[in-house]
Design a protein around this ligand. Structure first.
Ligand SMILES: Nc1ncnc2c1ncn2[C@@H]1O[C@H](COP(=O)(O)OP(=O)(O)OP(=O)(O)O)[C@@H](O)[C@H]1O
Ligand SMILES: [Mg+2]
Length: 387
């Protein structure tokens, strides 16, 4: 045991374990241990940290742990999704604006950099930040100074910045979508979280923890057989820990039996990857119609739950930061009017996908994210429906 702790930089395994427990970071692979060691080293400082990794690898978990273990822990942690906020609004969200600086700016408003004073800002999807805003981010990182939109007066705030991206920022720099100077400034500490398939040693631990914490009343005495666990370990997990968590959650809720073997696992892995199960479920999976119906209902509930969560987030975002006024020239998007009568599930799906693509100006990654399906599935559906 102690050989892995020999390096000057690594924490003792006891310290590391209690740190992980405190911050909800599950994992025991060498890769996760290295990530945790780095967090423990950088958390007490004010250094800017860039967290990279595929979707669902735990970038936000890590960012929160860095904040939570810093001297700023009792102050605000403000996550900003730089990819989801429309270009014209992002700058005023980050730095604030003066009354009258653009049509609809009916009052002066502080931006996140002012609101997060003494705390931490988490710039998520930093790779999607428009170039013009990147210049201003570089300035605030280098000098602590920024200006509200429409004001020439430089302001300062004491904010620690953690940024995250699931894009390859090297590539973004090469293709000039991301400024090299900002990239160099951000990556002074770069925590790379490997995809789950490259640290399969974490899978059984994650499974056990999620069974325990997500189960609630439903967790009963569910037993995963050895071949069931082996199937989970073998899976490629394109959606990483998020996908694993979803699979375990649906299994706990849906599965009636207490023994989860390879066959049961295969069924749930398929459900998660195949959102069209409504059409194909009974033959496809060889299960009873009653079970198929339960699964269909569950999936619908699951999607509704996600929609409700998104709505809730949207409402709380707007009300904590209202009124949200759009700069001149930006129309509020039109809402879909869909006639539900006489419509098939497929028809509804097609309409929803078309609408979502329009909403994100054809950006498939954002559309897929908003629909809570993989990009791969979205591509397939676009082809399917000839969109
Ligand atoms: N090491 C971990 N221990 C415990 N939970 C984890 C871990 N990694 C990820 N999770 C869980 O997986 C889910 C996804 O994590 P998170 O939101 O941090 O991923 P992300 O990298 O930010 O994904 P995205 O790029 O899609 O935003 C969350 O529910 C989180 O709690
Ligand atoms: Mg995230």
């Amino acid at each position: 045991m102690s050989n892995s702790d020999a390096g000057m930089m690594s924490a003792s395994s006891g310290d590391r374990q209690s740190f992980q427990r405190r911050h909800g970071i599950i994992g025991r692979s060498t890769e996760i241990r290295e990530v945790v060691d780095t967090i423990m080293q950088v958390a007490p400082t004010d250094i800017t940290v860039l967290v990279t990794g595929e979707s669902g690898t735990g970038k936000e978990v890590i960012a929160k742990a860095i904040h939570g273990a810093s001297k700023r822990a009792s102050k605000k942690f403000i996550p900003v999704n730089c990819g989801a906020i429309p270009e014209g609004i992002l700058e005023s969200e980050l730095f604030g604006h003066e009354k009258g600086s653009f049509t609809g700016a009916i009052e002066t408003r502080k931006g996140y950099f002012e609101l997060a004073d003494e705390g931490t800002i988490f710039l998520d999807e930093i790779g999607d930040t428009p170039i013009s805003t990147q210049v201003k981010l570089l300035r605030v990182l280098e000098s602590g100074e920024f200006m509200r939109v429409g004001s020439p007066e430089p302001r300062r705030s004491d904010v620690r910045v953690i940024a995250a991206s699931n894009k390859n920022l090297d590539e973004e720099v090469r293709t000039r979508r991301f400024r090299q100077d900002l990239f160099f400034r951000l990556r002074s500490v770069n925590i790379r979280i490997p995809p789950l398939r490259n640290r399969r040693g974490d899978i059984s631990l994650l499974v056990e923890e999620f069974m325990r914490t997500l189960g609630g009343d439903a967790s009963r005495d569910i037993l995963i057989t050895d071949d069931g666990m082996a199937a989970l370990i073998r899976h490629e997990w394109p959606g990483n820990v998020r996908e694993l968590k979803n699979v375990i959650e649906s299994m706990i809720i849906l599965e009636r039996g207490n023994v989860i073997d390879e066959e049961v696992i295969a069924k749930y892995l398929q459900i998660m990857e195949e959102p069209e199960y409504g059409r194909s479920l009974p033959m496809h999976l060889g299960i009873a119609p009653e079970q198929a119906e339960r699964e269909l209902l569950f999936r619908m509930l699951y999607e509704i739950r996600n929609d409700v969560r998104e709505l809730r987030e949207l409402i709380s975002e707007r009300s904590s930061h209202s009124p949200l006024s759009l700069p001149a020239g930006q129309e509020r998007e039109e809402r879909p009017t869909i006639e539900f009568e006489d419509m098939t599930l497929r028809g509804m799906e097609e309409q929803l996908i078309a609408h979502t693509l329009r909403r994100f100006q054809g950006n498939r990654r954002l559309a897929a994210e908003s629909l809570n399906i993989s990009e791969r599935t979205l591509y397939r559906k676009i082809k399917d429906y000839g969109l």
